[in-house]
Design a protein around this ligand. Structure first.
Ligand code: 48H
Ligand code: FE2
Length: 252
């Protein structure tokens, strides 16, 4: 006999068990775009306890639409090994450029991240940071629909040894430190693919004790140029943040 209340219980128990287990993390990643998911994959694969909070219903951030809705992405030679690591298929174009299917890329990275142990919490927005003794100590979370409807409902807090701002162009998490006068975020510069790719990886770093930036958030923090629909820098950025954090967690 199929009892509706048992279906309800199965869902509520499974979800709350995972949420309760995620109240204290090694790494809280904010944003399930390419850089955040890749960071999560490498962290979880190497034993870190990691969750990704994504405010939208869908994960994948800016991958799905490729460029202007042409759902293909370009990856350069330096990042090809990350496509290989995930088992994403690609075709060589020319001059060390490769083309991959945006849908395959998003779904494969997400799937591999889950299998590596990443917990995804979609529809949850990080609305603030916890800060203790001048160090980022966790994330303040709320349901996206609560925030969208403007209901006055207080959030919950998840503690984390490290937080990664993988929120893309707006560097939304770092902005919480800007409004407290703790850091500055100049915002990304105009298009220059080659420079943008190089600087994304270079500026992937701990910008404040306990807070890392990856992907476009790393560009926004440093005023580096945007690069358009080439994604190697996003992948390399996620991997770099993961390895630096693993080192600090003593798992390097
Ligand atoms: C929870 C949040 C919050 C929040 C935002 O934009 P993304 O894809 O991020 P990246 O940096 O990994 O990848 C950038 C890439 O997609 C891109 O835009 C490129 C390469 N552009 C170049 C160019 O020239 O335009 O993903 C960020 C994710 C999204 O899914 C957001 O919904 C999510 O973060 N997010 N989640 N709490 N406060 N803010
Ligand atoms: Fe973009």
């Amino acid at each position: 006999m199929l009892r509706e209340m048992e279906i309800s219980r199965a869902i509520i128990e499974a979800y709350t068990e995972e949420l309760l287990e995620s109240l204290s993390l090694d790494v809280a990643i904010v944003g399930a775009g390419p850089s955040g998911m890749v960071a999560g994959y490498y962290l979880a694969k190497n034993g870190a306890k990691v969750a990704i909070f994504e405010k939208k219903l869908s994960i994948g951030g800016g991958i799905w639409g490729g460029a202007m809705g042409f759902n293909r992405i370009v990856v350069q030679e330096e990042a090809k090994e990350i496509l290989d690591e995930f088992g994403i298929t690609y075709k060589p174009f020319k001059n060390g450029l490769y083309v991959a299917d945006a849908i395959e890329t998003a779904t494969t990275i997400a799937s591999q991240a889950v299998k590596a142990g990443v917990r995804f919490f979609n529809m949850i927005e990080v609305e603030d940071l916890a800060l203790k003794d001048d160090r980022v100590a966790g994330v303040v979370i709320n349901w996206t629909p609560i925030l969208m409807t403007g209901l006055h409902v207080d959030p919950l807090t998840v503690e984390a040894k490290f937080v990664i701002d993988s929120t893309g162009h707006g560097a939304q998490i770092s902005q919480h430190l800007v409004k407290r006068g703790l850091i500055e975020v100049p915002g990304e510069g105009p298009m220059w693919a080659e420079k943008g790719e190089e600087l994304t990886v270079k500026h992937t770093r701990e910008i404040f004790p306990g807070l890392y930036v990856t992907g476009m958030a790393a560009n926004a923090i440093s005023g580096a140029p945007r690069m358009g629909p080439i994604f190697g820098g996003m992948f390399l950025s996620g991997r770099k943040a993961a390895f630096e954090i693993l080192e600090k967690l003593g798992r390097g």
